[in-house]
Design a protein around this ligand. Sequence first.
Ligand code: DHK
Length: 145
Amino acid sequence: MSTVLVLNGPNLGRLGSREPEVYGDGSLADLEVLLRASAPEGVEIDLRQTDDEAELVHWLHEAVDTGRPVILNPAAFTHYSYALRDAAALVTKAGLLLIEVHISNPHSREEFRHTSVISGVATGVVAGFGFDSYGLALDYVTRAD
Ligand code: DHK
């Protein structure tokens, strides 16, 4: 593995100003800097964000076609997007890692956040540790891949 895709769903482009009491005050650019700094030498971080479900699905197809592991924060799509679940299943069925991450702990929040349609096809889930959720996932991906 030389590149890890770090894919982020809707509203995560607003990190830094969006509900800082829930998501912290770091921006997506700050997250990118953190992950690049903690990635082992030779591992590239390709961090992207979209509010568009179709674009996120296409990025998962790209992961399959290029054989890249994925760290995925599906954001609100977590809770209802069967299209994203099916695309995530393509990744893990291709033998690639797909780690679902959340900044907050959705299980301690509103009831609609307690369901993830992604978890059942993910390699694993890390939630509730702020930006460290991504760091923990990256640590696993770089050791296991
Ligand atoms: C981010 C979101 O945007 C929410 O829709 C999810 C997740 C939780 C997070 O904690 O990273 O419910």
